[in-house]
Every structure is written in structure tokens, then in C-alpha cells.
Design a protein around this ligand. Structure first.
Ligand code: 4AD
Ligand code: MG
Length: 436
């Protein structure tokens, strides 16, 4: 029986600081193994990263040396060894193996070299492939993205709320709702927590959520998931300009935070690191964006929404994030406030990532007047009874307010230049994947 607590006495981060010749213990997994003549190199992975362990016939007993030689990768182990500082070791330190205990022996690793070439096969085995150094780094960065956003909002006095997942009316249009049986009735999966945030600002003024949103979008693109994590914020007594400032500050804060706390993981994913952008970001109108697109040979009419292709062309023209504001009312959901000076456009914007990545946030000012919202619901051909509670908040002191939503995976795909948005999630959900 191995004494767990005694083996927990050190880890890969701590061992780097230990003195030469010290005997230390570590728990972890064999992430890789190389046999080099009379030396065996094991790379051990734990919570903090990787540690090289070297077994030689001189320093390890025959039994231990043979165990190190035959142990299958991804076995869970406990090891004891002597600290040796060696500039050739990956973190400048290695352990010379003294004792090795197999806690849980692995089968032959099923992810072969040929599977590595097939993204679909890799994702069929996602429960195992997340253990690779790249996935590990991306998922750590992801936790940093969430922490950074929380830190930004908490520093700026926003209150964290949790909105429901089962809902009864569409926020972003009926076409992308997942419908499900709810006892004797039907309900939908939430597309956005915005409406619940709007109710909550009358208690807290400034609120945010970080939780999943669902979209039944069949589009098999590199930037769509059916389940994504949504960072959303809403502020009372705020207009469209105010919320754009929050968005650019948040994005800049997240980039700086990640650079400060996750530079090692970032380098594992993207050698050149991430680019930092400071506000203010450029702002162009929908009309100006359309002109740019026309000049690039893209044919589209005023009043049409930009799709992925248009956004790619547009965002290739920029090397910093930029806002496109003043979207035509025909392209935006009913809740958007029309510009009083130009009612055919809304007080709304998308924050676009540069270099072809396109939209990472959508935001804007909401209609806070009851009659104006009621009439817009009618003019959109929607049924006001579907939006009863949402309308009713407007009867009881709803001030001007604005908010936005940012997709966590979209943001990560951009900053880390990931080939596909699914790489930014632990277990991606797309039109063709709900397994594993
Ligand atoms: O642009 P969207 O649909 O806006 C809203 O849901 C607003 N109600 C948000 C708000 O104002 N509170 O979604 C916001 C962001 C997008 O800019 C994008 O980053 C992300 O959510 N997003 C998706 N990410 C991955 N896969 C999808 N299918 C996404 N749909 C939206
Ligand atoms: Mg949008």
C-alpha cells in the first residue's frame, strides 16, 4: 500500500527549486518515454506541468530500471528520485530515479501517429487527447480567460448573476433555438442571458454572466459551436458608447492578464505569443464597412447582414480589433434601440477581431420604453405575449441601458490563432458532435 500523503510532498513546480542531491517524491502520469541506449527518459505530467525523470542501470535497481523501461505511457505513477540540476533538462532540473510505483497501469495508448492526422479521430478520443501538451495549455489559458473577465468585472463593481438555461422565448431569433420537451410542455435552451440581465440591472445596476449559450446553427464553420460559453454584461444608465468602452477595456484587460499569468502556456500554443491591444479601438460605421467590402469586390446591398465571408474580407483590412457600429434595424434583433437621428439603423455594434477572424462580440443599447418595444415586437411580426415579462420590466422604472456578449471560444480562437473553434473547448459540441 503506498502512502499517498508522502508522495504528495512535492510536484513538478516545486522540484525546480529543490537543491542538488535532495531526495523528492512526485505523483503524476507518464506523458512520454524515450529509451536511449542505457538511459530511460520519462516525462512526468502533474498539475503544474512536466518533469523529466531519468533511469540508469547505475542509479536505479534492476527492478526499477526494467519497470521504467516497460511502463506504458499514461500510466499513473508515484516516483522517488534525486534532484539533479542539468541545463539540458526541459526545466533545468531532472530526477534520477530511485523508486517507481505503478498506481494505475495504462493500456497501449490508442492515439496512434496516423490518428494525429485526422481531426475527427482526435475528437472521438477527446477524453484522452486532452492530455496532450497543446490541449493542456489551451485549457489552462481558457481558465485564465474566465478569471480575467471575472477580475475585470469585479474591479468595476459588476455583480455576477446566474441566469436559467431553460427558457421560453427567443433572444436571438427563433431559427437557432433548441426546442425540448418540458414535462407536458416545451421549453428552449438559452441563446443568451441578456433578458435576465436586463431584469437584474434594476437591482444591481451592473451585472455580468459567464455561462453556456446554445445555438441550433447547422453551419459547419470554424467559428460556430452549438454550445459555447458566453461572457455577457449589462449596465443601467448606460448608452451604446459607454458599452463599447467596456468591451474594449475588457478585451484589453484579458489580453494583458493572459500575457502576465499564462505566458508559458501561450508559448506552447503560439510561439510568437499573443498581441496586446490597448483601447480605444477604431470604430467604423456599417456604411463605411459596406464601402470597404464593395471596394474589395464583395457584392451586397445595404440592409444585409455580414456573414462569415464578408467579415473575413473586412477584418483582413485591419491589424487591430475594431468596432462596426450602426447596423441596419433589419439585421438586428427586435430589442435593439433605433438611432433617434437615423431610425433605419440601430445603436449597436460588433467588435471584430483583425486578420480575418471577424466578430467576437455583439452589443448595443436596448429599448427601455414600453410602447417603443411593444411596437417594435409587432413590427418584427413577433407575438408580444411571448415577451410578457420582458415587456413588463419596462413598466417599472427601466432606465436607458446597454450590454454585450462575447464568445469565449471565438476570443480564444482569435488570440491563439486556433485552426478551429472546437480546439478552444474541453468537449466541443457542433452539429455533428455530441460525443464524447
Ligand atoms: O452576437 P450574439 O448572438 O449576441 C447575443 O447573443 C446578445 N444577446 C449578447 C448580448 O448583448 N448580451 O452572440 C454574442 C457573441 C458573438 O459575438 C460570438 O462571439 C458568440 O457570442 N457566439 C458564438 N460563439 C460560438 N458559436 C456560436 N454559434 C456563437 N454564436 C454567438
Ligand atoms: Mg452577433
Amino acid at each position: 500500500m503506498i502512502k499517498w500523503l508522502e508522495y504528495r510532498n512535492s510536484n513538478s513546480k516545486d522540484i525546480v527549486k529543490r537543491s542538488e542531491g535532495e531526495s523528492v517524491r512526485i505523483l503524476g502520469w507518464v506523458s512520454s518515454k524515450r529509451v536511449h541506449k542505457d538511459k530511460i527518459f520519462l516525462s512526468i505530467r502533474d498539475r503544474y506541468g512536466y518533469l523529466q525523470i531519468v533511469a540508469t542501470p547505475e542509479e536505479s535497481s534492476d527492478n526499477i530500471f526494467n519497470l521504467a523501461k516497460t511502463i506504458p505511457v499514461e500510466s499513473a505513477i508515484a516516483a522517488e528520485g534525486i534532484v539533479k540540476h542539468d541545463p539540458r533538462a526541459p526545466n533545468g532540473v531532472e530526477l534520477r530515479l530511485k523508486d517507481l510505483i505503478v498506481i494505475s497501469k495504462a493500456d497501449i495508448w490508442p492515439v496512434t501517429k496516423s490518428a494525429l492526422k485526422s481531426p475527427e479521430l482526435m475528437y472521438d478520443k477527446r477524453h484522452l487527447t486532452i492530455r496532450g501538451p497543446r490541449s493542456r495549455a489551451i485549457l489552462l489559458i481558457r481558465s485564465g480567460v474566465i478569471k480575467a473577465a471575472m477580475e475585470y468585472f469585479e474591479k468595476n463593481d459588476y455583480v455576477l448573476i446566474n441566469a436559467p438555461t431553460f427558457i421560453t422565448s427567443a433572444v436571438e431569433g427563433g431559427a437557432t433555438l433548441f426546442k425540448l420537451k418540458y414535462f407536458d410542455d416545451y421549453a428552449y435552451l438559452t441563446q443568451s442571458s441578456q433578458f435576465y440581465e436586463e431584469a437584474a440591472i434594476c437591482v444591481f445596476e451592473k451585472v455580468y454572466v459567464i455561462q453556456p449559450s446554445f445555438r441550433a446553427e447547422k453551419s459547419r464553420t470554424r467559428r460556430h459551436l452549438t454550445e459555447f460559453w458566453h461572457i455577457e454584461a449589462e449596465a443601467a444608465f448606460a448608452d451604446h458608447d459607454d458599452i463599447m468602452k467596456v468591451e474594449e477595456e475588457l478585451v484589453s484587460y484579458m489580453l494583458n492578464y493572459l500575457n502576465e499569468h499564462y505566458s508559458g502556456e501561450i508559448k506552447t500554443v503560439k510561439k510568437s505569443g499573443i498581441k496586446i491591444y490597448e483601447p480605444p479601438f477604431p470604430r467604423i460605421s456599417y456604411d463605411e464597412a459596406l464601402e470597404i467590402l464593395h471596394s474589395k469586390g464583395v457584392e451586397m446591398e445595404w440592409g444585409e447582414d455580414f456573414g462569415a465571408d464578408e467579415e473575413r474580407v473586412l477584418s483582413m483590412q485591419f491589424d487591430t480589433p475594431f468596432f462596426v457600429y450602426g447596423y441596419p434595424a433589419s439585421t438586428r434583433s427586435f430589442y435593439h434601440m433605433n438611432d433617434p437621428d437615423r431610425p433605419e439603423v440601430t445603436l449597436s455594434s460588433d467588435l471584430m477581431a483583425p486578420d480575418g477572424y471577424g466578430e467576437i462580440t455583439s452589443g448595443g443599447q436596448r429599448i427601455h420604453d414600453y410602447n417603443e418595444l411593444y411596437n417594435k415586437i409587432i413590427s418584427f411580426g413577433l407575438d408580444p405575449s411571448q415577451y410578457e415579462w420582458y415587456l413588463e420590466i419596462r413598466k417599472y422604472g427601466m432606465p436607458p441601458h446597454a450590454g454585450f456578449g462575447l464568445g469565449v471560444e471565438r476570443f480564444m480562437r482569435w488570440i491563439l490563432e486556433l485552426p478551429h473553434i472546437r480546439d478552444a473547448t474541453l468537449f466541443p459540441r457542433t452539429p455533428s458532435r455530441v460525443y464524447p
